[in-house]
Design a protein around this ligand. Structure first.
Ligand code: 5GP
Length: 189
């Protein structure tokens, strides 16, 4: 059993494959829980409240800020996203390690508060490939896609602040690498 619960933070540009890789990692690594974030973004067609995110109004989000409920929160691509302290604390108290899939601003806040948190940055193989993946997933309109591409350039420059960088050139290979990182960190406790 893991005597010393760990926090893993996964970031990377929109379309780099953080969500897919995290889902794959969760299937393979026992006692690891993803913290479900709160967002003011509108749900995409396949997304479910309480599974992908807790979808809230701007007023509800502000109320969480006022009550100091967030471990971290940030405005990303024009919407608000935050990690609830209560969710992370509950998983850690149950002896699970927690993985947060959050943006670079959130990752930096978490590292300040929890220096032991392990930060992992997921990079696409190239910016052309990132654009192709964003186009193919068809969840963003043209303007939103351009906004995400522009943000990606800035986010990529912050990869150097992370403990590990994984290039998502192939889902199986990148999953293996992520699982290896998590297992090696766990084996140190
Ligand atoms: P998306 O709208 O594509 O689901 O997410 C947009 C960005 O917000 C991604 O970089 C995602 O990792 C980030 N994000 C999701 N949840 C949180 C959160 O709780 N906090 C922060 N800071 N970023 C988040």
């Amino acid at each position: 059993m893991d005597a010393d619960p760990k926090v893993f933070v996964i970031s990377g540009p929109s379309g780099a494959g953080k969500g897919t890789l995290t889902t794959e990692v969760l299937k393979r690594v026992p006692s690891l829980a993803r913290s479900i974030s709160v967002t003011t973004r509108r749900p995409r067609p396949a997304e479910k409240n309480g599974v992908d995110y807790y979808f809230v109004t701007a007023d509800e989000f502000r109320e969480h800020i006022r009550k100091n409920d967030f471990l971290e929160w940030a405005k990303v691509h024009g919407n608000y996203y935050g990690t609830l302290k209560s969710i992370v604390e509950k998983e850690l108290a149950a002896g699970k390690d927690v993985v947060m899939v959050i943006d670079v601003q959130g990752a930096i806040s978490v590292k300040k508060m929890m220096p032991e948190a392990v930060l992992i940055f997921i990079k696409p193989p190239s910016m052309e490939e990132l654009r192709k993946r964003l186009k193919e997933r068809k969840t963003e309109n043209e303007a939103e896609l351009e906004r995400r591409m522009k943000n990606a350039e800035a986010e990529m420059k912050l990869a150097k602040l992370y403990d590990f960088v994984v290039i998502n050139d192939d889902v199986n290979r990148a999953t293996d690498e992520l699982v290896g990182i998590i297992q090696s960190i766990r084996s140190k406790s």
